[in-house]
Design a protein around this ligand. Structure first.
Ligand code: PEP
Ligand code: MN
Length: 345
């Protein structure tokens, strides 16, 4: 339930509403906008009459029919979310470029790739040290050794690092080395993991499950937000359909839909969406055109030798060409790619 105060409501009137929310055993969540204050009442509202709140002085209206995800919803939080990440502002309307290999395979590989993607214009380095593989016989990642190489790559290039975390127990160590915790598609509904990342201070990149609805994605984000971590970005990475020609199907529709439903930044992953490097640039541009606030792209210096996802990885020179095209398209759309070290607003 959301209680929307009148534009002229006084602080005393807001305080009375907050007290009443608490008296009903609900948790108040205040969102003070530039024009008016919205008070979210979080908890079980099934037994509560909205009239108890609607009659209070200063209340404009009460909206009982709200999406099940409150903190993630644009209704509750009309302003776009934004947060800084090592000198680059993650924000709606920005074009954040995250690139790197699927997995950290060796020190040389990640250091070389980090330098290459930085030169090409990436803002953030990606690379998995803990890999969620469909087969238990596939490469599972270098684990802590991989995290150390990622930290070294950050030292070398200055690029912040996004890397996946697979279990609640691993959150402290991954957060120690990484700058952004990635929750992969296979773990989108791993609620203890969502709670664990929600309780830390590190930004989170939450990928949509390959069979998850948009509402389920937003509810997964709600789990993180409800624990106090508001630095969350979402990532559309392709959903499962019946076509065999691509690994998944890029749900381009999800981008404008998510942008209207939530205030969180929305990224797009053209690599997993397609599964083939040849299709990655076209689909990446489609994602930007549809409003994605950034891209997550797999880049490998020797895709033919990659231990995971080589087929969908761009060589650095192809990534550089993609960045050039993304920049040109963004300009045409009236959007700009942040320069390194530029905080933006
Ligand atoms: C990845 O980013 O390498 C990855 C495993 O992605 P997803 O969780 O979307 O499959
Ligand atoms: Mn991958």
């Amino acid at each position: 339930m959301m209680i929307i105060m009148r534009a002229q409501a006084t602080k005393a009137q807001v305080d009375v509403v907050i007290k009443k929310v608490k008296d009903h055993g609900l948790q108040p969540h205040l969102s003070a906008g530039s024009e008016r204050t919205v008070i979210g009442a979080i908890g079980d509202i099934r037994e509560i009459h909205q009239d108890h709140f609607a009659v209070l002085p200063g209340v404009d209206r009460v909206m009982p029919i709200s999406p099940p995800y409150k903190l993630a919803s644009r209704e509750f939080h009309p302003q776009d979310s934004s947060f800084p990440l090592n000198g680059v502002q993650v924000k709606r309307g920005g074009v954040l470029l995250i690139a790197g290999p699927c997995a950290v395979e060796s020190r040389t590989q990640i250091l070389e790739t980090a330098q290459a993607v930085k030169e090409a214009g990436a803002h953030v380095l990606r690379g998995g040290a803990f890999k969620p593989r469909t087969s238990p016989y596939s490469f599972q990642g270098l684990q802590e050794e991989g995290l150390r190489y990622l930290a070294e790559a950050r030292e070398l290039t200055g690029l912040p690092v996004v890397t996946e975390v697979l279990s609640p127990e691993a959150v402290p160590i991954v957060a120690h080395y990484g700058d952004v915790l990635q929750i992969g598609a296979r773990n989108m509904q791993n609620y203890p993991l969502l709670h664990a990342v929600g309780q830390c201070d590190c930004p989170v990149l939450l990928k949509r499950g390959m069979m998850a609805s948009i509402e389920e994605l937003l509810l997964a984000a709600e789990h993180i937000l409800s624990q106090g971590n508001d630095k969350v970005m979402l990532c559309e990475r392709g959903i499962r359909t019946f076509g065999k020609e691509t690994r998944y199907t890029a749900d381009i529709n999800a981008l404008p839909v998510l942008k209207s439903l939530t205030h969180l930044p929305i990224l797009f992953d053209p690599s997993h969406s397609t599964g083939h490097w040849e299709y990655v640039p076209s689909v990446a541009l489609a994602g930007i055109a549809a409003g994605a606030d950034g891209l997550l792209v797999e880049v490998h210096t020797h895709p033919g030798e990659a231990l995971s996802d080589g087929q969908q990885s761009l060589k650095p020179e192809r990534f550089q060409e993609l960045v050039y095209r993304v920049a040109r398209m963004s300009r045409a759309l009236g959007r700009t790619i942040a320069e390194h070290g530029e905080e933006g607003t």
